[in-house]
Design a binder for this molecule. Structure first.
Ligand code: BG6
Length: 286
C-alpha cells in the first residue's frame, strides 16, 4: 500500500494505492471520497471540473455525505442543503492495511458547539471506507446523547458515464418513486431508468442493487447497499446545471447520481446509546 498526501485548493487530499485500486479522499473535509479507480481501469466516480475545494463549501462530485438531513432542512431553508457533515471538519482516525490487501480508512465527526447550533443533538459519526477491488463506504451514526433523534441521510454518489442518454439503470423496476420535479407525485418505474431530461427521484421501499449499464464505456457499475430502503437517482440536465455555479454547463452528460439513502419516509430514529449504519458497495462487473 502506498499513501500520499497532497493539497487540492484549501483541502488536504489523501491518495491511497494498493494492489487493487487507487482512491483519493478528503478525510478532514466531509470524509469525502473523490476518486476510485480499480487498477488499470478508469475512475468510476465523477468529479466536476468546476468544483470548489474550500473549507466551507461542498465538493461537487465523488461521494458527499449528506447528514443529518437529506436535501433542504425540513423547517429552515437557511440551514445547509444536505446537512452539515459534508462541510464539517472530520478527524482521520486510522489507515489500516487488511489481511486481504484492502485498505481501510476510518474518519469521524462528533458534536460541537457549531453543530449544536444547526442540530441540537450529541452524536458521533464514523465513516469507514474500504478500498479494494470494490469500494465500500459504511457510515455509522451513534447517538451519544440522552434523547432519541431522527436522521435522513445519503451517500450521494456521483458516477462517471460516457453519455447519460445512452445508459440505463436496472434494479428499480416496478418501484414507486416520488418525482420531486413533478409536484412530488408518486409514480411507478416502468423498466430500467433512462435519461432524456432532468431526473430527480426518491425511489421508495427498495433495498435492491442498482446496475448502471454504460455501453459506450463498455462497463457495468453495481451499487449494492445495507441499512437503506430508499434510493435517489439524479441528473440535473441543462437548466439546473446552468444554475449551479460549481457545475459545468455541459457536464450533466457525463454523470449520474445513484444515491444510497435514508430519505423521506425511510428516515431512521436512533435511540440514546444506539447506532444506525448505512453502507454502499460499488463494484465494476466488466
Ligand atoms: C440530490 C437532490 O440528491 O442532490 C437534488 O435530489 C439536488 O435535488 C442534488 O439538486 C444536489 O444538491 P446540492 O445541495 O449538492 O446542490
Amino acid at each position: 500500500m502506498e499513501v500520499k498526501h497532497a493539497m487540492e485548493g484549501e483541502l488536504k487530499l489523501l491518495i491511497i494505492e494498493n494492489d487493487f485500486a487507487k482512491c483519493a479522499l478528503f478525510p478532514e473535509h466531509g470524509a469525502h471520497v473523490a476518486e476510485f479507480a480499480p487498477t488499470g481501469k478508469e475512475n468510476i466516480l465523477w468529479l466536476s471540473e468546476s468544483s470548489c475545494f474550500e473549507g466551507d463549501k461542498p465538493i461537487r462530485g465523488g461521494i458527499p455525505i449528506c447528514w443529518p438531513w437529506f436535501g433542504a432542512h425540513p423547517a429552515d431553508s437557511d440551514k445547509p442543503s444536505h446537512g452539515f457533515a459534508r462541510i464539517a471538519k472530520w478527524t482521520l482516525d486510522e489507515i489500516e492495511e487488511l489481511d486481504s490487501g484492502d485498505t481501510s480508512v476510518v474518519m469521524s465527526l462528533s458534536g460541537s458547539p457549531a453543530s449544536l447550533e444547526l442540530w441540537p443533538h450529541q452524536f458521533k459519526l464514523t465513516s469507514r471506507v474500504v478500498i479494494g477491488e470494490t469500494l465500500t463506504l459504511e457510515l455509522t451514526t451513534h447517538n451519544t446523547g440522552d434523547e432519541p433523534f431522527e436522521i435522513t441521510e445519503a451517500l450521494h454518489t456521483y458516477f462517471n458515464v460516457a453519455d447519460v442518454t445512452k445508459i440505463s439503470i436496472a434494479g428499480l423496476e416496478k418501484k414507486n418513486y416520488i418525482d420531486t420535479i413533478d409536484d412530488n407525485k408518486t409514480k411507478t418505474q416502468n423498466g430500467p431508468v433512462t435519461f432524456n431530461s432532468e431526473v430527480d427521484r426518491v425511489y421508495c421501499d427498495t433495498q435492491a442493487e442498482c446496475v448502471i449499464s454504460d455501453p459506450n464505456m463498455n462497463r457495468e457499475i453495481r451499487v449494492s447497499k445495507k441499512g437503506s430502503a430508499s434510493t435517489v437517482v439524479w441528473n440535473p440536465w441543462i437548466a439546473k446545471s446552468a444554475r449551479m455555479a460549481d457545475f459545468g454547463d455541459e457536464e450533466y452528460k457525463g454523470m449520474v447520481c445513484v444515491e444510497t439513502t435514508n430519505a423521506l419516509n425511510d428516515a431512521r430514529t436512533v435511540a440514546p446509546g444506539a447506532s444506525h449504519s448505512i453502507s454502499a458497495k460499488i463494484a465494476l462487473s466488466t
